[in-house]
Design a protein around this ligand. Structure first.
Ligand code: HMG
Ligand code: MG
Length: 282
Protein backbone atom coordinates (compact mmCIF):
# COMPACT_ATOMS: atom_id res chain seq x y z
CA UNK A 1 0.00 0.00 0.00
CA UNK A 2 1.43 3.45 -0.89
CA UNK A 3 2.21 5.92 1.88
CA UNK A 4 3.22 9.61 2.18
CA UNK A 5 0.18 10.27 0.09
CA UNK A 6 -2.63 12.67 0.84
CA UNK A 7 -6.07 11.23 1.57
CA UNK A 8 -9.03 13.60 1.30
CA UNK A 9 -11.71 13.08 3.90
CA UNK A 10 -15.15 14.15 2.67
CA UNK A 11 -17.17 14.82 5.82
CA UNK A 12 -20.83 13.95 5.21
CA UNK A 13 -22.10 13.92 8.82
CA UNK A 14 -24.12 17.15 8.68
CA UNK A 15 -26.00 15.70 5.67
CA UNK A 16 -25.88 11.88 5.67
CA UNK A 17 -25.75 11.87 9.48
CA UNK A 18 -28.38 14.42 10.40
CA UNK A 19 -30.86 13.40 7.67
CA UNK A 20 -31.61 10.24 9.61
CA UNK A 21 -31.71 11.29 13.28
CA UNK A 22 -35.01 10.76 15.09
CA UNK A 23 -35.12 14.00 17.08
CA UNK A 24 -35.53 17.42 15.59
CA UNK A 25 -32.13 19.13 15.62
CA UNK A 26 -32.13 22.92 16.02
CA UNK A 27 -30.65 24.89 13.11
CA UNK A 28 -28.18 26.54 15.51
CA UNK A 29 -26.86 23.09 16.53
CA UNK A 30 -26.34 22.09 12.88
CA UNK A 31 -24.54 25.38 12.24
CA UNK A 32 -22.42 24.85 15.38
CA UNK A 33 -21.46 21.36 14.19
CA UNK A 34 -20.43 22.56 10.73
CA UNK A 35 -18.47 25.48 12.22
CA UNK A 36 -16.62 23.13 14.58
CA UNK A 37 -15.83 20.69 11.74
CA UNK A 38 -14.55 23.60 9.61
CA UNK A 39 -11.79 24.20 12.18
CA UNK A 40 -10.40 20.65 12.15
CA UNK A 41 -8.49 20.83 8.85
CA UNK A 42 -11.24 19.17 6.80
CA UNK A 43 -11.45 20.60 3.28
CA UNK A 44 -14.78 19.07 2.19
CA UNK A 45 -17.97 19.26 4.22
CA UNK A 46 -21.36 18.15 2.91
CA UNK A 47 -23.46 20.64 4.83
CA UNK A 48 -27.07 19.79 3.97
CA UNK A 49 -29.48 18.81 1.17
CA UNK A 50 -31.63 20.84 -1.18
CA UNK A 51 -34.15 18.03 -1.65
CA UNK A 52 -37.92 18.04 -1.25
CA UNK A 53 -38.36 18.82 2.48
CA UNK A 54 -41.35 16.47 2.59
CA UNK A 55 -38.95 13.63 1.77
CA UNK A 56 -36.22 14.67 4.23
CA UNK A 57 -37.84 16.83 6.93
CA UNK A 58 -34.68 16.83 9.08
CA UNK A 59 -32.90 19.01 6.51
CA UNK A 60 -35.82 21.34 5.74
CA UNK A 61 -33.75 24.25 7.11
CA UNK A 62 -31.04 23.87 4.43
CA UNK A 63 -31.31 27.51 3.36
CA UNK A 64 -30.94 28.79 6.93
CA UNK A 65 -28.01 26.46 7.65
CA UNK A 66 -26.13 27.67 4.55
CA UNK A 67 -26.85 31.31 5.43
CA UNK A 68 -25.67 30.98 9.03
CA UNK A 69 -22.47 28.91 8.81
CA UNK A 70 -19.11 30.63 9.12
CA UNK A 71 -17.33 29.90 5.84
CA UNK A 72 -13.67 28.96 5.98
CA UNK A 73 -11.76 29.59 2.78
CA UNK A 74 -9.99 26.23 2.85
CA UNK A 75 -13.33 24.36 3.04
CA UNK A 76 -15.68 23.52 0.16
CA UNK A 77 -19.26 23.39 1.44
CA UNK A 78 -21.18 20.87 -0.63
CA UNK A 79 -24.91 20.07 -0.77
CA UNK A 80 -27.10 17.37 -2.31
CA UNK A 81 -29.25 18.38 -5.29
CA UNK A 82 -31.45 15.75 -6.95
CA UNK A 83 -32.81 18.06 -9.66
CA UNK A 84 -32.81 21.62 -11.07
CA UNK A 85 -35.06 22.92 -8.27
CA UNK A 86 -32.43 21.80 -5.78
CA UNK A 87 -29.57 23.22 -7.84
CA UNK A 88 -31.25 26.64 -8.10
CA UNK A 89 -31.72 26.69 -4.32
CA UNK A 90 -28.07 25.64 -3.87
CA UNK A 91 -26.84 28.46 -6.14
CA UNK A 92 -28.85 31.06 -4.17
CA UNK A 93 -27.40 29.57 -0.96
CA UNK A 94 -23.87 29.93 -2.38
CA UNK A 95 -22.89 26.26 -2.13
CA UNK A 96 -19.31 25.72 -3.33
CA UNK A 97 -20.24 22.45 -5.01
CA UNK A 98 -23.22 20.12 -5.37
CA UNK A 99 -23.77 16.37 -5.55
CA UNK A 100 -26.22 14.57 -7.75
CA UNK A 101 -27.25 11.07 -6.74
CA UNK A 102 -28.65 7.98 -8.38
CA UNK A 103 -28.70 4.27 -7.66
CA UNK A 104 -27.37 1.07 -9.22
CA UNK A 105 -30.76 -0.52 -8.51
CA UNK A 106 -34.23 0.46 -9.67
CA UNK A 107 -35.99 -0.37 -6.38
CA UNK A 108 -33.95 2.10 -4.35
CA UNK A 109 -34.02 4.75 -7.09
CA UNK A 110 -37.80 4.64 -6.98
CA UNK A 111 -37.91 4.74 -3.18
CA UNK A 112 -35.34 7.52 -2.85
CA UNK A 113 -35.90 9.69 -5.92
CA UNK A 114 -39.35 8.67 -7.13
CA UNK A 115 -38.03 7.83 -10.60
CA UNK A 116 -36.17 5.22 -12.63
CA UNK A 117 -32.38 5.30 -13.04
CA UNK A 118 -32.87 6.54 -16.61
CA UNK A 119 -35.18 9.33 -15.44
CA UNK A 120 -32.62 10.36 -12.80
CA UNK A 121 -30.12 10.91 -15.65
CA UNK A 122 -32.75 12.86 -17.62
CA UNK A 123 -33.01 15.21 -14.62
CA UNK A 124 -29.22 15.55 -14.52
CA UNK A 125 -28.92 16.84 -18.10
CA UNK A 126 -30.37 20.35 -17.48
CA UNK A 127 -28.85 20.37 -13.98
CA UNK A 128 -25.36 19.84 -15.38
CA UNK A 129 -25.88 22.63 -17.92
CA UNK A 130 -27.01 25.07 -15.21
CA UNK A 131 -24.18 24.06 -12.88
CA UNK A 132 -21.66 24.60 -15.67
CA UNK A 133 -23.03 28.09 -16.43
CA UNK A 134 -22.92 28.90 -12.71
CA UNK A 135 -19.35 27.58 -12.41
CA UNK A 136 -20.31 24.99 -9.77
CA UNK A 137 -18.49 21.67 -9.56
CA UNK A 138 -20.69 18.58 -9.49
CA UNK A 139 -19.96 15.33 -7.71
CA UNK A 140 -21.93 12.14 -8.40
CA UNK A 141 -23.12 9.42 -6.03
CA UNK A 142 -24.18 5.89 -6.86
CA UNK A 143 -26.06 4.10 -4.09
CA UNK A 144 -26.27 0.34 -3.52
CA UNK A 145 -22.99 -0.52 -5.21
CA UNK A 146 -23.03 -3.92 -3.45
CA UNK A 147 -26.64 -4.68 -2.54
CA UNK A 148 -30.03 -3.00 -2.60
CA UNK A 149 -32.64 -3.32 0.17
CA UNK A 150 -35.31 -3.95 -2.49
CA UNK A 151 -33.55 -5.64 -5.45
CA UNK A 152 -30.83 -7.73 -3.77
CA UNK A 153 -27.21 -8.10 -4.92
CA UNK A 154 -25.94 -5.52 -7.43
CA UNK A 155 -24.07 -6.49 -10.61
CA UNK A 156 -20.66 -4.70 -10.46
CA UNK A 157 -20.73 -4.07 -14.22
CA UNK A 158 -23.89 -1.96 -13.77
CA UNK A 159 -22.01 0.22 -11.25
CA UNK A 160 -19.06 0.52 -13.65
CA UNK A 161 -21.28 1.68 -16.51
CA UNK A 162 -23.13 4.23 -14.33
CA UNK A 163 -19.85 5.56 -12.94
CA UNK A 164 -18.58 6.18 -16.46
CA UNK A 165 -21.88 7.85 -17.39
CA UNK A 166 -21.65 10.24 -14.44
CA UNK A 167 -18.07 11.16 -15.37
CA UNK A 168 -19.07 11.56 -19.03
CA UNK A 169 -21.88 14.02 -18.19
CA UNK A 170 -19.40 16.17 -16.24
CA UNK A 171 -19.08 14.95 -12.64
CA UNK A 172 -15.55 15.59 -11.40
CA UNK A 173 -15.73 12.56 -9.08
CA UNK A 174 -18.08 9.66 -8.36
CA UNK A 175 -18.64 8.50 -4.82
CA UNK A 176 -19.40 4.78 -4.68
CA UNK A 177 -22.02 4.24 -1.99
CA UNK A 178 -22.33 1.00 -0.05
CA UNK A 179 -25.63 2.22 1.34
CA UNK A 180 -26.40 -0.87 3.43
CA UNK A 181 -22.82 -1.59 4.53
CA UNK A 182 -23.06 -5.13 3.09
CA UNK A 183 -19.73 -4.95 1.26
CA UNK A 184 -16.69 -6.94 2.32
CA UNK A 185 -13.19 -7.15 0.94
CA UNK A 186 -14.12 -9.71 -1.71
CA UNK A 187 -17.22 -7.99 -3.05
CA UNK A 188 -15.57 -4.55 -3.01
CA UNK A 189 -12.54 -5.96 -4.84
CA UNK A 190 -14.81 -7.51 -7.50
CA UNK A 191 -16.57 -4.17 -7.86
CA UNK A 192 -13.37 -2.13 -8.09
CA UNK A 193 -11.95 -4.46 -10.74
CA UNK A 194 -14.90 -3.55 -12.97
CA UNK A 195 -15.08 0.17 -12.15
CA UNK A 196 -11.38 0.80 -12.65
CA UNK A 197 -11.69 -0.46 -16.24
CA UNK A 198 -14.00 2.50 -16.95
CA UNK A 199 -12.56 5.47 -15.01
CA UNK A 200 -9.38 6.33 -13.14
CA UNK A 201 -8.91 5.97 -9.37
CA UNK A 202 -8.52 9.78 -9.17
CA UNK A 203 -12.16 10.11 -10.28
CA UNK A 204 -13.49 7.90 -7.47
CA UNK A 205 -14.39 8.18 -3.82
CA UNK A 206 -15.49 5.47 -1.37
CA UNK A 207 -18.67 5.94 0.70
CA UNK A 208 -18.98 3.05 3.11
CA UNK A 209 -21.75 2.76 5.66
CA UNK A 210 -20.50 0.80 8.64
CA UNK A 211 -23.59 -1.27 9.45
CA UNK A 212 -21.61 -4.51 9.92
CA UNK A 213 -18.26 -2.98 10.97
CA UNK A 214 -16.57 -3.68 7.62
CA UNK A 215 -16.22 -0.12 6.29
CA UNK A 216 -12.51 0.14 7.07
CA UNK A 217 -11.64 -3.14 5.35
CA UNK A 218 -13.52 -1.83 2.32
CA UNK A 219 -11.53 1.41 2.50
CA UNK A 220 -8.35 -0.70 2.48
CA UNK A 221 -9.40 -2.43 -0.74
CA UNK A 222 -10.04 0.95 -2.40
CA UNK A 223 -6.63 2.22 -1.19
CA UNK A 224 -5.04 -0.74 -2.97
CA UNK A 225 -6.74 0.44 -6.17
CA UNK A 226 -5.36 3.97 -5.66
CA UNK A 227 -8.54 5.69 -4.44
CA UNK A 228 -7.63 8.67 -2.26
CA UNK A 229 -10.98 10.24 -1.32
CA UNK A 230 -13.27 8.74 1.33
CA UNK A 231 -16.58 9.92 2.73
CA UNK A 232 -17.19 9.63 6.45
CA UNK A 233 -19.49 10.91 9.12
CA UNK A 234 -18.39 12.43 12.40
CA UNK A 235 -19.22 10.01 15.23
CA UNK A 236 -20.49 7.52 12.61
CA UNK A 237 -23.92 9.12 12.70
CA UNK A 238 -26.60 8.58 10.10
CA UNK A 239 -27.98 6.37 7.37
CA UNK A 240 -30.57 6.79 4.67
CA UNK A 241 -34.27 6.88 5.64
CA UNK A 242 -35.05 5.13 2.33
CA UNK A 243 -32.62 2.24 3.02
CA UNK A 244 -34.20 0.30 5.90
CA UNK A 245 -31.60 -0.95 8.40
CA UNK A 246 -28.70 1.13 7.06
CA UNK A 247 -26.45 2.62 9.72
CA UNK A 248 -24.10 5.61 9.54
CA UNK A 249 -21.02 6.10 7.43
CA UNK A 250 -17.68 5.06 8.83
CA UNK A 251 -16.82 7.49 11.65
CA UNK A 252 -14.51 10.30 10.51
CA UNK A 253 -12.31 10.04 13.59
CA UNK A 254 -11.88 6.27 13.05
CA UNK A 255 -11.11 6.71 9.36
CA UNK A 256 -8.51 9.44 9.95
CA UNK A 257 -6.76 7.34 12.59
CA UNK A 258 -6.90 4.27 10.36
CA UNK A 259 -5.38 5.81 7.22
CA UNK A 260 -2.83 7.85 9.17
CA UNK A 261 -1.78 4.56 10.78
CA UNK A 262 -0.69 3.45 7.29
CA UNK A 263 1.36 6.65 6.87
CA UNK A 264 -1.14 8.60 4.78
CA UNK A 265 -1.64 12.32 5.49
CA UNK A 266 -5.11 13.77 5.96
CA UNK A 267 -4.36 17.22 7.40
CA UNK A 268 -7.17 16.67 9.91
CA UNK A 269 -6.81 17.10 13.67
CA UNK A 270 -8.03 13.78 15.08
CA UNK A 271 -8.23 15.05 18.69
CA UNK A 272 -10.52 17.86 17.59
CA UNK A 273 -12.69 15.27 15.78
CA UNK A 274 -12.93 13.11 18.92
CA UNK A 275 -14.05 16.07 20.97
CA UNK A 276 -16.74 17.02 18.39
CA UNK A 277 -17.87 13.37 18.22
CA UNK A 278 -18.46 13.37 21.97
CA UNK A 279 -20.75 16.40 21.78
CA UNK A 280 -22.90 15.71 18.76
CA UNK A 281 -26.43 17.13 18.52
CA UNK A 282 -28.95 14.29 19.02
P1 HMG B 1 -41.20 14.26 -6.23
O1 HMG B 1 -42.23 14.35 -5.15
O2 HMG B 1 -41.38 13.22 -7.29
O3 HMG B 1 -40.98 15.70 -6.93
O4 HMG B 1 -39.80 14.05 -5.57
P2 HMG B 1 -41.79 16.50 -7.97
O5 HMG B 1 -40.80 16.90 -9.02
O6 HMG B 1 -43.04 15.77 -8.40
O7 HMG B 1 -42.22 17.79 -7.13
C1 HMG B 1 -43.10 17.68 -6.00
C2 HMG B 1 -42.95 18.94 -5.16
O8 HMG B 1 -41.63 18.95 -4.59
C3 HMG B 1 -43.08 20.25 -5.95
O9 HMG B 1 -43.64 21.22 -5.10
C4 HMG B 1 -41.65 20.61 -6.23
O10 HMG B 1 -41.44 21.99 -6.44
C5 HMG B 1 -40.98 20.17 -4.94
P3 HMG B 1 -45.22 21.58 -5.10
O11 HMG B 1 -45.50 21.96 -6.52
O12 HMG B 1 -45.90 20.30 -4.69
O13 HMG B 1 -45.31 22.65 -4.09
N1 HMG B 1 -39.55 19.89 -5.14
C6 HMG B 1 -38.58 20.41 -4.38
N2 HMG B 1 -38.59 21.23 -3.32
C7 HMG B 1 -37.40 21.55 -2.79
N3 HMG B 1 -36.21 21.11 -3.27
C8 HMG B 1 -36.16 20.27 -4.32
C9 HMG B 1 -37.39 19.90 -4.91
N4 HMG B 1 -37.67 19.10 -5.96
C10 HMG B 1 -39.01 19.12 -6.10
N5 HMG B 1 -34.99 19.84 -4.79
C11 HMG B 1 -37.45 14.34 -5.42
C12 HMG B 1 -38.62 13.94 -6.32
C13 HMG B 1 -36.18 13.92 -6.13
C14 HMG B 1 -37.48 15.84 -5.25
C15 HMG B 1 -37.62 13.62 -4.05
O14 HMG B 1 -37.71 12.26 -4.29
C16 HMG B 1 -36.49 13.88 -3.11
O15 HMG B 1 -36.32 15.00 -2.62
N6 HMG B 1 -35.67 12.84 -2.81
C17 HMG B 1 -34.49 13.00 -1.98
C18 HMG B 1 -34.38 11.85 -1.03
C19 HMG B 1 -33.12 12.00 -0.22
O16 HMG B 1 -32.63 13.09 0.00
N7 HMG B 1 -32.58 10.85 0.26
C20 HMG B 1 -31.42 10.84 1.07
C21 HMG B 1 -30.18 11.25 0.38
S1 HMG B 1 -29.49 10.00 -0.67
C22 HMG B 1 -28.50 9.07 0.38
O17 HMG B 1 -28.54 9.22 1.58
C23 HMG B 1 -27.53 8.11 -0.26
C24 HMG B 1 -26.07 8.62 -0.25
O18 HMG B 1 -25.64 8.93 1.06
C25 HMG B 1 -25.15 7.57 -0.85
C26 HMG B 1 -25.34 6.18 -0.21
O19 HMG B 1 -25.13 6.05 1.01
O20 HMG B 1 -25.70 5.29 -0.95
C27 HMG B 1 -25.94 9.91 -1.12
MG1 MG C 1 -24.87 7.53 2.49
Amino acid sequence: MPNEKQITIFEVGPRDGLQNVKNNIATADKVGLINALSKTGLTKIEATSFVNPKWIPQLADAKEVMAQIERHKHVDYSVLTPNCVGLERAIVAKADEVSIFTSASEGFCQANLNCTIEQSFERFVPLMQKAKSAGIKVRGYISNIIECPFDGVTDPSVVAVLTKRLIDIGCYEVSLGDTLGKGDKNSVKRLMQQVIKQVSAQQLAGHFHDTYGRALENVDVCLEFGVSVFDSSIGGIGGCPYAPGAKGNVATEKLVQHVEGFGFKTGVDVDALHSIAQNLPS
